[in-house]
Design a protein around this ligand. Structure first.
Ligand code: FMN
Length: 290
């Protein structure tokens, strides 16, 4: 559907995924993405797209916010001009962009955390859904990925990308067995050389276990997951433009599987290879049982 080698999407991450991470993921055979709010001005966005396009001709994607807080029309034009062919919408009506994206051969998926969201997105004409499970970094829902993916597949009939709790090839294999058409990995990519994150943040991802992650709606108004010690004493989220966001470290429970800071490309390739090995080993195991 997207012309990528491996069905692995590098999650768009606020204040974390910029040009370097996007290029590294796409060059490794996945789909590199970034969220448009990472660039404060249209010029900054155009510069970043120019830089990416100079260094890779592979497919890339963006997360576009359609709530009205951002100049999405100009952002969309800049992205389409740069050949962006995959859009994940969050907040707002995907119908605003679908025709233009389709005209240029791209696809629009919507982040959803429930069946209600999934059905609404389907009625609005999206090409597929991103099922964001409870254990995801950033904003997640309350339903485990293991339940949400097959639920959305069955009830909406749309292609579903699995998000939340996927940091390894084994976890990816589990998602593919559920029928997901691909996976998104976010938390894993924070601990990479290319992520724009403080050393302390990357180190905290490595040192944390699932019990160090708290999920709260007090910071953004929606449920989001954080490394507990980074939001201690913070009662509400700062203004979107505040530097304080870089002191607050979002991560999901799959910190459990992250032990090393690595180049992003290595992670994508290893995930793809391990996924294939796991599927093969599991098939052999069951063939022997039956
Ligand atoms: C630090 C961080 C920032 C994120 N920011 C965004 C964002 O700006 N837009 C978005 O659609 N998702 C965002 N997410 C969610 C990811 O796109 C993705 O759905 C999630 O990370 C997948 O779960 P995982 O972290 O368990 O891999 C963010 C996640 C993290 C960890």
């Amino acid at each position: 559907m997207l012309g990528i080698k491996y069905p692995i999407i590098g999650a768009p991450m606020f204040l974390v995924s910029y040009e370097e991470l996007t290029i590294a993921v796409s060059e490794a055979g996945g789909l590199g993405m970034f969220p448009l709010p990472n660039y404060r001005t249209l010029d900054d966005l155009k510069k970043a797209l120019g830089e990416i396009r100079q260094r890779t001709d592979k497919p890339i994607g963006v997360n576009i916010h359609l709530s009205g807080k951002f100049p999405w029309q100009d952002q969309l034009t800049a992205c389409l001009d740069a050949g962006v062919n995959f859009f994940i919408t969050s907040l707002g009506d995907p119908r605003l962009i679908i025709d233009d994206v389709h005209k240029s051969g791209g696809k629009v998926f919507a982040d959803v955390v429930s069946l209600k969201h999934g059905l609404r997105a389907r009625d609005n004409g999206v090409d597929g859904l991103v099922a964001v499970g409870v254990s995801a970094g950033g904003h997640g829902g309350v339903i485990p990925t293991l339940i949400l993916v097959p639920y959305l597949l069955k009830e909406t009939g749309l292609p579903v990308v699995a998000a939340g709790g996927i940091s390894t090839g084994e976890q990816m294999a589990a998602a593919m067995c559920l029928g997901a058409c691909g996976v998104i990995t976010g938390t894993r990519l924070v601990a990479t050389h290319e992520a724009v994150a403080k050393k302390e943040y990357k180190q905290a991802i490595i040192e944390s276990g699932p019990h160090d992650i708290v999920c709260t709606d007090r910071l953004t108004g929606n449920r989001s997951s954080w490394i507990a010690k980074s939001i201690k004493g913070i009662e509400s989220g700062p203004d979107l433009k505040s530097k304080k966001w870089t002191e607050m470290w979002s991560a999901g429970q799959s910190v459990a599987q992250i032990n090393e800071i690595l180049p992003a490309g290595e992670i994508i390739r290893e995930m793809a290879v391990d996924c294939q090995k796991t599927l093969k080993k599991t098939a052999e195991h069951y063939n022997n049982l039956l």
